[in-house]
Design a protein around this ligand. Sequence first.
Ligand code: DX5
Ligand code: ZN
Length: 219
Amino acid sequence: MTRPLLIAPSLLAADFARLGEEVAAIEAAGADWLHLDIMDGHFVPNISFGPAVVKALRKHSRMPFDVHLMIAPADPYLAAFAEAGADLISLHPEAGPHLHRSLQTIKGLGKKAGVVLNPGTSPSTIEHVMDLLDLILVMTVNPGFGGQSFIHSQLPKIATLRKMIEASGREIHLQIDGGVTDKTAPLCIEAGADVLVAGTAVFGKPDYAAAIAGLRKAN
Ligand code: DX5
Ligand code: ZN
């Protein structure tokens, strides 16, 4: 494929007792972005970490911070994540009643904006907010946990979204999150993805650089 491929390791699978070192190690291993999963135990059945941790890690890395909010409501916390050092903030349409307003808020904070589509959420949900988007994230697992199996039924959705992006004429990243491995990465890329999130497939491996290279090989 000609499209540049970006790898965004998910910190959720890192050693939480050594987060600063883990971030430095993954950057040295060739990661492009750092994916930060924010979970509230309400929108998803798990709790991870909040803006204080994002802020603490910011000084350990020059990588773009890709913050995936799995919290509801998200609106009251957007400024906190922007101030903590997020470069890109993504949220789920189901997290609030006014998706367009939430995206406007993120852009107003000077950050890139993304929308996340759960496995059961249709691409049509974002048809009328494309002009505000810098990234579309397709969940290939139900959000909440790392280490789940890739849901193959999402592949046609990735292809549909690639067509929507092309029709928009805008530069919008198409990111995949959940069950990405060296086996499923080629399928995602073939369907049109250009950013791969990987937790277990990177932090779960002894050699981070080899794991990242393995995901890139698919491109
Ligand atoms: C799941 C998170 C993912 C998770 C992916 O809700 O959004 O980013 O860390 O983990 P793996 O790559 O192990 O499926
Ligand atoms: Zn994520």
